[in-house]
Design a binder for this molecule. Structure first.
Ligand SMILES: *Cc1c(COP(=O)(O)O)cnc(C)c1O
Length: 405
């Protein structure tokens, strides 16, 4: 159904096959080289931007270590992510607390650890920041409309109306904080580049009105994530995103473009991963059914949460591709929950001679897979991630990985 070479080179495929040979499934193998290339490409595309990696996309220690060496900063959403990043020797001044939903005691914790940059979108949270992180830089996240063209929208729950953002930045100044800038997230896997145009225009309006009416000079725009990984649905190249978005910034801000922050997650790590699952069982629901049900050892609760509503459609390949006929399948996970179906509306086709024990290789599974896995639903342990590095295969904690199959 898919041509492997459209997604991954022979060289990377061989690296994956060699590294993953003796590991039991399900598992995810992440190639650090791919992440490095994507990071360099992003820097080249947005030479004027600071990069804050959204740690939640893939918090493996080998990933964090490498991005640290490449000069990335880190967008953090919880004290647990913070502890992990600091334990690697990354300093707190390279961290932003990007989650607008946080406890007062967490604000205090971040401040005590040295973090001085905080996102907010509400009065109560801002009060906590003023009290427990005095003098810090704050930026306000605005609501942007994105639900129809982003495959994994991040709307409604985060951000506030620009009018409220205005009030919050005045409140920030009046409570001794440093009003720093505006942030937005146009939705993850955003396929409409124009979404950034709308968000940047709203941002420009806020910069202008706060300066004119309150003498508050903001100096930063955090443009969030949203850049694509390579799934089934086509997207523009990153270079197209960069040239368009740069033009929007120039149109609105002319020569005086503020400090620009990007918070990539999916676009940096998505393409680097291959999730291997094994066919547990193939069945039909009646004697003449045309569709086969293919049950795997990985499912919604073990790597594939983003198949909710079939939102993210991963390319999949098998060792039997190209050898014979293919037929329509419904693909489901191993647990006793009928929500554990990956694809039913989207018509995936797999070889008709597929058998139990055969492997399915799911491409572009480096982002938002392992960390969403449940701890022990039906007793299944969380899917393990391994990292292909120049020093060999490593586990989640950066220790050498031991083959187990
Ligand atoms: C998840 C998240 C990101 C990363 O978004 P992607 O679309 O994966 O690049 C960036 N910023 C914030 C605040 C986030 O919550």
């Amino acid at each position: 159904m898919f041509n492997r070479k459209d997604f991954i080179s022979d060289y990377e495929w061989k690296a994956f096959r060699d590294a993953s040979e003796n590991f039991s499934t399900p598992n995810i193998f992440v190639n650090l080289r791919t992440i490095k290339n994507h990071f360099i490409q992003l820097k080249d595309s947005f030479p004027y931007a600071l990069i804050y990696y959204a740690v939640k996309a893939n918090p493996g220690v080998p990933v964090l270590r490498m991005l640290d060496q490449l000069g990335s900063n880190f967008d953090i959403a919880s004290r647990y992510e913070l502890d992990k990043v600091l334990s690697l020797g990354i300093s707190a001044d390279r961290v932003s607390y990007g989650n607008t939903i946080k406890k007062a005691q967490d604000v205090k914790y971040f401040y005590e650890k040295g973090v001085r940059m905080f996102a907010t979108d509400s009065k109560e949270d801002l009060k906590n920041i003023a009290k427990y992180a005095p003098g810090s830089k704050v930026y306000v996240r605005i609501l942007v409309e994105n639900s129809s063209t982003a495959d994994w929208p991040l709307s409604r729950k985060f951000g506030c109306h620009p009018d409220m953002a205005y009030d919050l930045l005045v409140q920030a100044r009046n409570s001794g904080l440093t009003p720093y800038g505006i942030s937005f997230h146009v939705g993850s896997q955003q396929r409409d580049i124009g979404s950034w145009n709308d968000a940047i225009a709203k941002t420009k309006y806020l910069f202008q009105s706060l300066e004119d009416e309150e003498d508050i000079r903001l100096s930063m725009i955090n443009m969030g994530g949203g850049f694509p990984a390579q799934y089934i649905q086509p997207t523009n190249d990153l270079s197209d995103y960069a040239s368009e978005i740069t033009r929007y910034l120039q149109d609105d801000f002319g020569e005086s473009i503020p400090t620009i922050i990007l918070e990539p997650g999916r676009s940096l790590v998505g393409d680097s991963g291959i999730l291997t699952s094994e066919v547990v069982l193939i069945s039909r629901k009646n004697n003449t059914a045309l569709q086969r049900w293919v049950f795997l050892d990985a499912g919604k609760f073990n790597g594939f949460i983003e198949t909710l509503d079939e939102s993210i459609k991963y390319p999949v390949i098998t060792d039997k591709d190209g050898q014979g006929r293919e037929g329509e399948v419904i693909i489901a996970g191993p647990t006793c929950d009928s929500a554990d179906i990956l694809y039913e509306d989207e018509k995936y086709k797999l070889p008709v001679d597929l058998k139990s024990g055969d492997k399915l290789y799911w491409l572009t599974t480096g982002a938002y897979t392992s960390t969403y896995a449940s701890v022990a639903f039906n007793g299944f342990p969380p899917i393990k991630t391994y990292f292909i590095t120049d020093e060999g295969v490593m586990d989640q904690d950066g220790n050498p990985a031991v083959p187990n199959a």
